[in-house]
Design a protein around this ligand. Sequence first.
Ligand SMILES: Cc1cc2nc3c(=O)[nH]c(=O)nc-3n(C[C@H](O)[C@H](O)[C@H](O)COP(=O)(O)OP(=O)(O)OC[C@H]3O[C@@H](n4cnc5c(N)ncnc54)[C@H](O)[C@@H]3O)c2cc1C
Length: 462
Amino acid sequence: MKFTSLTEAHIKALRAMVDADRFSTGQSVLDLHARDQSSHPRSRPEAVIWPLSASEISNILKYANAHGIPITGWGSGSSLEGNPIPVKHGIVLDFSRMNRILKIREEDFQADVEPGVVYQDLNEKLKHKGLFFPPDPGARATIGGMIANNASGTRTVYYGSTKDYVLKLTAVMATGEIVEMGTRSSKTSSGYDLIHLMVGSEGTLGIVVKATVRLVGLPPEFSAAVVTFPSVEAAGKAVFEIKRSGLNPAALELLGPEAVALMNREENLDLNVAPTLFIEFHGITTGQLSEVLEMAEEICRAGGCLEFRPGLGRAERNRIFKARHGLGETITRSHPGCRILSTDVAVPNSQYPELIKTIHSQVDAHKIVGYTLSHAGDGNVHLVIAGKKGDKKEWDKIDRVVNTVVTRALELGGTATGEHGVGIGKRKYMASEHGSSLQWMQRLKSLFDPNGILNPGKIFPD
Ligand SMILES: Cc1cc2nc3c(=O)[nH]c(=O)nc-3n(C[C@H](O)[C@H](O)[C@H](O)COP(=O)(O)OP(=O)(O)OC[C@H]3O[C@@H](n4cnc5c(N)ncnc54)[C@H](O)[C@@H]3O)c2cc1C
């Protein structure tokens, strides 16, 4: 598809649509919107606009659609697959100034938010009301970006992902039409589910300008445990047994020994260097949670665990999970001069040990620096690789490893991305993952965005 580069006339027309301080073609601003947190190449937009309302966005989209100008949404730029990189240039809409929490309806367990609200800020406000919004990608992500990527995180095994928390959306379509979809009712069987079409569409079908999200009660008590196992198979079996037991962990994370060794070194911990589960439970009282921990320990010991370290109460849970939550940043910090690539795949639970085996054998065979961090309760694995910047030979090797891992995940009945989205990096797997249904996705894209102006160069292979 051929897109239009911005001319002086376009810039003049677009500039007139918003206040002067909310339109920029400044080089440093363009640079800041040229890359996300992935290792995909930079690509600069030609202009950045900070909209404040649906009607401003509608006017901008009408103009862009009429002139063939690409439009890419921007939340916090924390994506890991190049999702918000404006690969075809054009305009970036940065939602950081549309960050109002419009309404909290405690009795309905709902909040209306603008797309630029950062989920941690929403949770800070909600905690005084005993409520929270559970999806937790870790980085300071916006609700708009989380909706677009269908983000999830450590607590998804219990609470679900972003798609489970979106009730209603207002979106501006490519033509500029403002459309409301969904319902504030907590259940519905009414008509096609447009909400779940928009969630995970990475800003390629419409721009989210308002969302009604579902909230849940904040659990009064927390507990956690760190458990080491002699093998990934034994840890994988324990994951299955814990899930089957009805203990309902709120997080069930597995780290590879190399990740544990790094945490020991960088965070001054003394964990066994072995496959390690980080488990979290939410409950009503410490008494109840101490029984839950005892049961979890019984299961893990029966499964041959080497060590079970429990922690009761919020402070203990925070202490245990602190290093886990900071691991992404610890990896980056401890590899200066390296590019960090984080690939994300997911498989059915039964295939999880096989996937981990493939990952470890690939990392060893190719002698690359790789860490496995996984949301094991969901069969979701991240292989985080550090490779020297500019070393083409090494990066060719890394690309081959990633390709083998993703291909294996698909062979095992899984997906090329569990939570980071397709972005740029996973486009080449879409045909093999989706077969003929990819054509139906393409038809939907043409219906929603006939001129292809919304986040072009994403999701679909060229
Ligand atoms: C250290 C670290 C840890 C992470 N851990 C996780 C994790 O555990 N789980 C997980 O799921 N992700 C994780 N991520 C990835 C990232 O945080 C999520 O994908 C997040 O949802 C991106 O939100 P954002 O606001 O940064 O969006 P951006 O990266 O700015 O944009 C994401 C996508 O949304 C589109 N978009 C943004 N706003 C809108 C809008 N209003 N309307 C339509 N489209 C829009 C963009 O065009 C882009 O396609 C992690 C990232 C980092 C850096």
